[in-house]
Design a protein around this ligand. Structure first.
Ligand SMILES: Nc1ncnc2c1ncn2[C@@H]1O[C@H](COP(=O)(O)OP(=O)(O)OP(=O)(O)O)[C@@H](O)[C@H]1O
Length: 625
């Protein structure tokens, strides 16, 4: 009988399974032949099958975000309408017809069914928790959760999930709750906590079982899952931390061989702001994307884990390069498939990472630069003469945070009378001066740029404090030594530089200060005192760069007299230099503007200014505290 039902491909598999288990346990059941027959017939009836199909269809449709009812109280509205039109039925035929129509049982049945669907009334109602609990009532809790198909994070996973992971406790050998995901079903229930011992799942004793065995029980269960748990001592609800960080690297859980539960992972890209809701685990933090409406948190590698991983990869890369001249990727080599099917998953096999100690030296800066195809030589080329040659040595470029992980951020609200300076960063020649000049021209009473200092002597017609502040070489050397300059350089035996004080005085006077320092000065400028908004001016690709500059008869900034256009080599230099800047400093950029078409780039700059003036924006947390 059962085989016949199962052979019917159209038959609902859960009904087939129910029937199969009914037949299997026939001998053990205390039921009479009659009761058994009734149940068996019911499970094979077309009516029940049709009902299950409708139920499944409704659940399927309910998954679709676009399937949203306009209202869920149509029956109530129908009744109110009847009240309103009752006094009018003798006056109008239309009212009379509507009155009769709204009273027909079919229409009322339809409206009731609509409301039930709209209110999701079809979800299983959990049975009351039985009053008699096992022998020791105080130490056992029974928790029932409905298995749902909600994805954990966006469209990344559509696995059923209750939002917790399990493992075998190393000391006791018992199955315990390893992790409760913030916002998941287990967390929302408020009844399951890390460390709780799992005694039974769906009435099956799990003593002596492995997490894998438990997982199988969960996979086989339908609808609600009942856990019998011994609460961990002293465990309360999960405190939610308020920490926000900006990610300085891309992360994909599915590509991560170390993550204990891939479905629980949260993918992100460099620049995303993440709300870290739990840092309880030294290796795996729980986070949500800032502004994400999805309430569940996902697992991300902690700062310590990410640092160790990168160091490990770099060491491997170094070894590989030394051994066979080929660079390798450590993280992707040992991808063991530990993917559990359920959100309630194994945490047991989380391995201690075979990672080197934190003191491991990093690979040499050169090898990093070579990897991304930017050579160590980014100093002016032989036909390039800059007015200011920066003092910073090339290797200082590499003093970026050694391993990019996370930066704690907080929102900075616009401050009346204290506008944030705008910093335009980019490769020499990309057009920062042009954009700055245009912005100042829109409103010179609002935008200012600091007047530089120089140790050269004043020329006829020059006014101190107009083009430059003229100071002696000794004064300038002393001020440089005291760190008073944001950037400085020496050209033809004279110093030139921008002092921090002149920037601060513009800010204090209420001007929006526009700076376009050399990229090596970025660290000096990005301070809690100045709180700058950093815009990266990026060149377009070679073709667009050449085309836009040549058609505008742009003057080469690599030529001392600005008397000619850019050469192809100079265009290549601009692009090469931009790659280097991105590699070294992109984690400092608040925004990127591609300077292809000048008017479009300028419009974007104006929009950025308005954003900085009016919107709360993420900045390093230390700037706000
Ligand atoms: N989008 C653009 N289209 C066409 N020409 C441009 C564009 N942007 C800038 N230019 C022109 O390119 C030349 C160089 O620009 P600019 O002087 O602003 O470069 P810069 O980034 O300030 O360089 P440096 O830092 O070396 O002084 C100028 O003639 C400028 O008018």
């Amino acid at each position: 009988m059962m085989t016949a039902v199962m052979a019917n491909g159209n038959w609902d598999p859960s009904l087939s399974r129910l029937l199969a288990s009914l037949e299997e346990s026939r001998q053990e059941l205390p039921s009479s032949e009659e009761e058994f027959g009734f149940l068996s017939e019911l499970l094979q009836s077309k009516e029940l099958h049709a009902l299950v199909k409708v139920h499944n269809k409704i659940l399927d449709n309910g998954k679709d975000d676009n399937f949203r009812p306009v209202l869920s109280t149509s029956m109530q509205i129908a009744l109110e309408t009847l009240d309103v039109i009752l006094p009018r039925i003798s006056l109008s035929d239309d009212c009379k017809q509507l009155f009769l129509l709204l009273q027909t049982p079919h229409l009322q049945g339809l409206l009731c069914a609509h409301d039930a669907v709209a209110q999701k009334d079809y979800f299983p109602r959990l049975p009351e928790i039985p009053l008699e609990v096992d022998e020791d009532e105080e130490t056992i809790k029974i928790v029932q959760l409905v298995k749902s198909n909600e994805p954990l994070t966006g469209a990344q996973s559509a696995e059923p999930i209750v939002g917790a992971t399990i493992k075998t406790d190393e000391e006791t050998g018992k199955i315990v709750i390893a992790r409760v995901m913030h916002g998941g079903a287990a967390d929302r229930s408020g009844l399951i906590h890390v460390g709780d011992e799992v005694v039974e799942v769906n009435n099956i004793n799990v003593e002596g079982k492995t997490p894998n065995d438990v997982l199988k029980i969960l996979q086989a269960s339908e609808g609600t899952i009942t856990f019998k748990l011994i609460p961990a001592e002293g465990k309360g609800g999960i405190r939610e931390s308020k920490v926000r960080v900006r990610a300085h690297f891309d992360y994909s859980a599915y590509g991560d061989p170390y993550i204990p539960c891939k479905e629980a992972g949260l993918d992100f890209v460099k620049g995303d702001v993440l709300h870290i809701v739990s840092q309880d685990d030294a290796y795996w933090w729980q986070a949500r994307k800032e502004g994400d409406r999805d309430m569940r948190a996902g697992l991300i590698p902690s700062r310590a884990l990410q640092e160790r991983r990168v160091m490990h990869e770099r060491t491997q890369d170094d070894k590989n390069t030394k051994e066979d001249g080929v660079s390798g990727c450590a993280g992707s080599s040992s991808s063991t498939d530990r993917e559990p099917r359920l959100g309630l998953s194994l945490d047991a096999c989380y391995p201690g990472l075979p990672l080197p100690p934190l003191t491991m030296p990093l690979p040499s800066p050169c090898s990093l630069a070579e990897e991304i195809g930017v050579g160590p030589d980014c100093q002016p080329t032989k036909n390039k003469t800059k007015k200011i040659i920066y003092d910073a040595e090339e290797r200082e470029d590499f003093d970026r945070e050694e391993i990019p992980t996370y930066e704690e951020v907080a929102k900075l609200y616009p401050r009346v009378g204290l506008p944030r300076p705008l910093v335009l960063i980019g490769p020499p020649g990309v057009g920062r001066n042009e954009l700055k000049r245009r912005l100042i021209a829109t409103d010179p009473d609002k935008f200012r740029t600091p007047i530089p200092y120089t140790s050269r002597s004043m020329r006829p017609g020059e006014v101190n404090g107009k083009e430059y502040f003229f100071v002696s070489r000794e004064t300038m050397e002393k001020d440089i030594a005291e760190g008073k300059f944001l950037e400085y350089g020496e050209y033809k035996g004279n110093f030139y530089g921008t002092s921090a004080e002149s920037v601060q005085s513009l800010v204090d006077a209420g001007y929006i200060c526009i700076l376009n320092p050399h990229y090596q000065a970025l660290r000096m400028v990005r301070t809690p005192q100045l709180k700058p908004y950093i815009i990266y001016i990026k060149p377009p690709d070679f073709e667009a760069l050449k085309e836009t500059r040549n058609s505008a008869f742009a003057r080469s900034t690599f030529d001392e007299n600005n008397s000619r256009g850019f050469t192809d080599d100079e265009f290549h230099d601009i692009i090469k230099s931009s790659k280097r800047i991105e590699f070294l400093y992109s984690h400092f950029f608040d925004e990127t503007i591609v300077n292809a078409d000048l008017s479009t780039a300028f419009e974007q700059l104006v929009c950025a200014v308005s954003r900085v003036e009016t919107e709360p924006l993420w900045v390093p947390a230390s700037w706000v505290q």
